[in-house]
Design a binder for this molecule. Structure first.
Ligand SMILES: Nc1ncnc2c1ncn2[C@@H]1O[C@H](COP(=O)(O)OP(=O)(O)O)[C@@H](O)[C@H]1O
Ligand SMILES: [Mg+2]
Length: 248
């Protein structure tokens, strides 16, 4: 059984079919890249899967359960977590506190966080461990406003991981990251837990072809092609419509 399965998903704004008959599946541990030109409907699809947008058509299954009508918080509690194309970090709150708060949110202990000393320490330890896994220890006490942008984007990934996802949807985690910091972010993404299912929206084709096990190409809201990096690289339609001559 697939960890995540999307069947014939569709969303229209006015008369415009922004996503149309999109189907995909994701296994535990799989890395699926979602690519396509600007305006193809990638973010809309992630909004639908994560429950930020209701779908007009189709179904979404998590571990075989139909979650199509679930609100987003319930999806998060069941392990379906997303990050955003545009940063959602609180710029003035230290990283360690933001991660700790996310852990308390997961544990349902937000109201107790200043009372129970022992759980407070356990949460701080978990937050530090998580930051360490993304090589963010040096910035754990920093505020995002003072941090390099690549590190900020990784903190967003850390915030998502604090919720213990089974499926992680990453909407352009490299957006805005200068080339000089790109390798750091990619290294961290490559060390994400091996059993996690990851869907990543990304424009940088080097990164996509390095990271992804499978690639889904979206164009005008519809699936243009789906396959292994090798299949996508060799797909004539994809080359003509999207990849052009940039991909050898
Ligand atoms: N809330 C909305 N209302 C109307 N049109 C929207 C809305 N959200 C997205 N769109 C349109 O849907 C299309 C796909 O957008 P989006 O999903 O953001 O694409 P991508 O992430 O692939 O760049 C665009 O033409 C965009 O203008
Ligand atoms: Mg987008």
């Amino acid at each position: 059984m697939s960890l995540l399965r999307v069947e014939n998903l569709g969303k229209s704004f006015g008369g415009l079919h922004v996503t149309n008959d999109v189907s995909l599946s994701l296994q535990a541990g799989e890395r699926l890249a979602l690519i396509g030109p600007n305006g193809a409907g990638k973010t809309t699809l992630v909004n639908q899967i994560s429950g930020f947008l209701n779908s007009d058509r189709g179904h979404i299954y998590l571990n075989g359960r139909d979650i199509t009508l679930w609100p987003s918080y319930r999806r998060v509690n069941s392990g379906l977590v997303r990050t955003f194309q545009i940063t959602k970090l609180a710029p003035e709150i230290p990283v360690i506190d933001q991660i700790s708060l996310a852990i308390h949110q997961r544990e349902g202990t937000v109201g107790n966080m200043w009372r129970d000393k022992r759980s407070f320490t356990a949460v701080t330890d978990e937050a530090l461990h998580l930051l360490d896994s993304l090589q963010l220890t040096p910035v754990s006490r920093e505020i995002p406003a003072n941090m390099a942008y690549g590190d900020q984007r990784l903190v967003e990934v850390a915030l998502a991981l604090a919720l213990r996802p089974k499926v992680l949807l990453l909407d352009e985690p490299m957006a805005g990251v200068p080339k000089s910091e790109g390798q750091l972010v990619l290294n961290a993404l490559e060390r994400l837990p091996s059993d996690l299912g990851v869907v990543i929206i990304e424009h940088d084709m080097d990164l996509v072809f390095r990271f992804a096990h499978r690639i889904l190409v979206l164009a005008n809201g519809s699936v243009l092609a789906q396959g292994t990096p090798k299949e996508i690289r060799e797909n004539e339609v994809v080359r003509a419509v999207y990849l052009g001559k940039g991909v050898q």
